[in-house]
Design a protein. Structure first.
Length: 279
């Protein structure tokens, strides 16, 4: 048993979907969530910058005594997962593998679509993992404005539908029957995405599948919180306004996030590495 918190990190508010899924599956667990709002969005940034920002955040979480790290950001996972697993003594869970496994078991016709940020799609993290299965044909599409909409708290406007149609129509015409939402911000736009893709396309998001991975890791390592543990949920952000984060979280998730603390991360120097395969 271990009552230390689980550390969760995303570039902004998108990872709150993962935090919510973990809390629903493991209500006794304490959580510390950091949104790197000072550097959001990660998608269009150079991979070296994403890697540095991400490891700075993870260093901060480890310094706070977490028992596990959850990288609730697809762009960060594709940029530095291997670094994280080499750097820290606590288990590291990411969001790409769980979604890939679910997509493989969900598709009926073998035609799978993947949407994500420019960084995630450009890394080919999803495509390479899916194409290990030779019966699959993978179609990928970057959707950079989706993160901007969510971070602005806009999830149901006519403009969202117009942009969704622009991004998603090639995937719909390709005949995909399964679409991976390769960014933790995208479940907030699931209504628009589902409307454009149609009722016959299954949407796969990583939040609930990642929560199951967290559960498996905690059980296998005997790290579950004790039955008498009192769970605490702490939310932090790196930007300049805690109030802005709280207001956005309230718009997207109700009043689950009541208070946000601002944190500063330390600068670190890292050796140069290219994009890394997930393992």
């Amino acid at each position: 048993m271990n009552d230390a918190p689980i550390g969760i990190f995303d570039s902004g508010v998108g990872g709150l979907t993962v935090a919510r899924a973990i809390s629903a599956l493991l209500p006794q667990e304490s959580l510390v969530y950091i949104g790197d709002t000072a550097h959001s969005p990660y998608g269009p940034k150079p991979i070296a910058d994403v890697r540095r920002y991400s490891l700075e955040i993870l260093d901060t979480l480890v310094d706070q005594g977490v028992k596990m790290l959850v990288i609730a950001c697809n762009t960060a996972s594709s940029a530095m997962l291997r670094d994280a697993r080499e750097r820290y003594d606590v288990p590291v869970v990411e969001v790409i593998g769980p979604a890939v496994r679910t997509a493989m078991s969900t598709t009926r016709n073998g035609r799978v679509g993947v949407i994500g940020t420019v960084g995630t799609i450009g890394s080919r993290a999803y495509q390479d993992m899916l194409e290990v299965n030779e019966r699959l044909t993978v179609f990928a599409q970057a959707c950079p404005r989706f993160v901007e909409f969510v971070e602005d708290g806009v999830t149901g406007s006519a403009e969202v539908l117009t942009v969704a149609e622009e991004y998603l129509s090639p995937l719909r015409h390709a005949g995909v029957d399964t679409l991976v939402l390769g960014c933790t911000h995208y479940p907030f736009l699931e209504g628009a995405i589902s409307y454009v893709m149609g009722p016959d396309v299954s949407l796969v998001s990583s939040d609930s599948e990642t929560a199951k991975d967290v559960y498996r890791q905690l059980v296998s390592r005997d790290l579950l919180a004790g039955p008498d543990a009192t769970p605490r949920h702490i939310y932090e952000a790196t930007g300049t306004s805690a109030d802005d984060f709280v207001r956005l979280a309230h718009r997207l998730m109700g009043r689950e996030v009541r208070d946000v603390q601002l944190v500063q991360t330390g600068a670190i120097d890292l050796p140069v590495r290219s994009a890394q395969p997930l393992s």
